[in-house]
Design a protein around this ligand. Structure first.
Ligand code: ADP
Ligand code: MG
Ligand code: ZN
Length: 617
């Protein structure tokens, strides 16, 4: 069998996606590889296909048990012998798996990194012919990433202890150039084939909204997405509790997930979401890498995350099946304070030296600034993200809130001068720079005791903008920050005139601001869908196919997408296969699944096509 036959027969795909073939070839030639592909880009295939073709077994190291469980279920369904080896298994289960390993019954063995340190496991592995070690979510090895797992650092010790060095393959979705280098170095990859495919996810629509009342806005957004699966991310456990209760109160079927809940409840809730028994998961970022659910149609951030890597990774859990999906961030200025607090009070897993800790914190605050810029920008949101990951892109994507909003250009030179001069005057008066809150208070002529004590009510700029709403002044300030007229100190959050401020204050440089006139309402779907629209007749068939999938999933107790992805069902609805051979033509249908499920789905298609004269012979 060659790689194309494996792709076709086991996974039902006709072509490799960008980057996949290069990585598969690298591994098959015995080279180490480093694959950087966006979430949903198809990293798993890059090691699963070599695992089918190489003599010897492939060991897959992955950070979370739920993630591995799904992969093993999906592989088994596709006819690939695979097993999971973990400490939570019963004695009987692990005895079976171990004996299977000794019999060399599996092509792939999935393990958590902690396993590698167990002497008995190492002994078992030393007796195996390991062809490939694949490290999934490899950014966990880097302290520069946000999911650092100390046990990942033990991978090299494990590899060194093996009788023969296998090929090493590392994969991740989120890695800046710095993190990529860190991964290669820490895993001691030997001159790896590096494939970095685009970070862009064209099927995702991005938007940032600033609702006055977040809960009301969230409820409205979800109410407009009936029957669609989604995740709501909150910054804190208490926000999860509050939001989940409110959604349930509004008749939306939601479950919660955070590290403070008992293990059984977390597992139960995750399964309810995974199996589509509940529509919405409300969670902290503890609900993370374990999510391989491919039919998530929206991810709404109730709070701003700490950095764009986290945001893109979390938002990226939407639309893994390639269907159009929405990523919406509900922003409020208070989110910045929360994020700053979380950064300053985070205790790392490891114990780096104090200077290293200070450097890490400094780096995190810089990342936070980039995240805040994303929330406040009027530029194309996709463009801001791709810039951050160092990828070039067109100026406007046409599929984000900025590109679709209607903007007007307003001249704000006068308010800009007022603000800049206020920042200077407050500094002259106090001898130090202050934060945005105080500046806005001075400009709006607040009567607060603090202002009077500091003597700021005597400044000539006091009350200059007393007729402007607080949000308005804040919006001017954001615009000035975005354009470099105001600089925000990343550590103290104090404002200072930027390099370009003098031109506005003393040389009459004009400042303009883009203002969104009509924010897009909760839309039914993005305007740039990734695939052609179904016609209504196909839509009815699709619904029937989904119902059949649900029935089979219940029967076999697996998540629906393990049977077939949404994309596969959509293709089925368009092609309307009538024979087993035609069924094999459907994208995402391999031999084993065709044999197992073909008859059931063909029957549904035949029943639907009867009236149209397309009955199966
Ligand atoms: P990642 O781990 O990179 O986030 P996965 O490996 O989970 O992504 O794959 C995401 C989805 O893409 C899966 O549903 C998978 O079936 C699909 N996929 C992967 N490779 C291909 C391909 N060559 N053609 C079509 N679909 C693919
Ligand atoms: Mg993956
Ligand atoms: Zn855009």
């Amino acid at each position: 069998m060659n790689k194309y036959a494996a792709l076709r027969q086991f996974f039902g795909h006709t072509a490799f996606r960008p980057g996949q073939e290069q990585l598969v070839d690298g591994i098959l030639q015995g080279r180490d590889v480093l694959g950087i592909m966006p979430t949903g880009g198809g990293k798993s295939l890059c090691y699963q296909i070599p695992a089918l073709l190489l003599p010897g077994v492939t060991l897959v190291i992955s950070p979370l048990i739920s993630l591995m469980k799904d992969q093993v279920a999906a592989l088994t369904a596709a006819g690939v012998p695979a097993a999971l080896c973990n400490s939570a298994q019963s004695l009987e289960e692990s005895r079976q798996v171990w004996s299977g390993i000794r019999r060399r019954a599996y092509r792939l063995i999935y393990v958590a990194p902690e396993r590698l340190e167990k002497p008995r496991f190492l002994e078992l592995m030393a007796g195996q012919d390991i062809a490939l070690v694949a490290v999934d979510e490899a950014h966990c090895i880097s302290q520069w990433g946000q999911d650092f797992r100390p046990s990942y650092l033990k991978i090299t010790d494990f590899v060194d202890a093996l009788p023969r060095r296998p090929v090493l393959a590392a994969f991740t979705a989120t890695a800046t150039a710095q993190v990529q280098d860190d991964i290669a170095r820490r895993l001691a990859l030997r001159d790896p084939v590096r494939a970095v495919t685009g970070f862009d996810r064209p099927n995702l629509f991005f938007d940032v909204q600033r609702p006055k009342n977040k809960l009301a806005a969230l409820t409205a957004l979800i109410a407009g997405r009936r029957g669609k699966s989604g995740i709501v991310y909150c910054a804190t456990r208490s926000a999860v509790e509050q939001v989940c209760a409110a959604l349930n109160g509004a008749g939306i079927s939601a479950v919660r997930y955070h590290a403070g809940l008992p293990e059984e409840e977390r597992r139960g809730n995750q399964e309810d979401f995974q199996f589509d028994r509940r529509q919405v998961m409300v969670a902290t970022n503890a609900f993370g890498m374990g999510i391989d659910k491919s039919n998530v149609s929206f991810v709404i951030h109730y709070n701003m995350p700490k950095n764009l890597e986290s945001y893109y990774q979390e938002a990226g859990r939407a639309g893994r099946d390639g269907e159009a999906a929405d990523c919406i961030l509900l922003f409020a200025p208070g989110d910045v304070t929360t994020a700053r607090y979380l950064i300053e009070h985070s205790a790392g897993d490891s114990e780096p030296a104090p200077q290293e800790q200070a450097a890490l914190r400094q780096r995190e605050l810089e990342r936070l600034c980039a995240m805040v810029d994303y929330c406040k920008t009027d530029r194309c949101l996709r463009g801001v993200i791709l810039d951050y990951f160092g990828q070039s892109h067109p100026e406007a994507c046409g599929n984000c809130g900025s590109c679709q909003g209607v903007f007007t250009e307003a001249d704000i030179t006068v308010p800009a001068q007022m603000i800049l001069s206020c920042i200077k005057r407050v500094r002259d008066r106090l001898g130090y720079y202050v934060g945005a809150g105080l500046i806005v208070q001075v400009l709006r002529g607040s009567r607060s005791q603090r202002l009077r004590t500091l003597g700021l009510d005597a400044l000539p700029t006091y009350g200059l903008m007393k007729d402007a709403a607080q949000e308005q002044v804040q919006a001017y300030l954001d615009c000035l920050s975005g354009k470099g007229y105001v600089y925000t100190d990343p550590i103290h959050a104090t404002l200072r005139p930027g390099a370009a401020a003098g031109a506005v204050l003393f040389h009459g440089e004009r400042v303009t601001m883009q203002a969104r006139v009509a924010p897009p309402e909760a839309r039914s779907g993005p305007s740039a869908p990734a695939r052609p629209e179904l016609d209504p007749a196909d839509g009815a068939l699709l619904a029937a196919l989904k119902a059949e999938r649900t029935r089979l999933a219940r029967q076999e107790e697996v998540p629906a997408y393990v049977i077939f992805s949404n994309a596969a069902l959509a293709d089925m609805a368009i092609r309307r296969p009538r024979t087993p051979d035609e069924f094999l033509e459907v994208s995402g249908v391999g031999r084993v699944k065709a044999a197992k499920y073909g008859a059931a789905f063909l029957a549904v298609i035949a029943a639907h096509s009867g009236g149209a004269g397309r009955q199966a012979p």
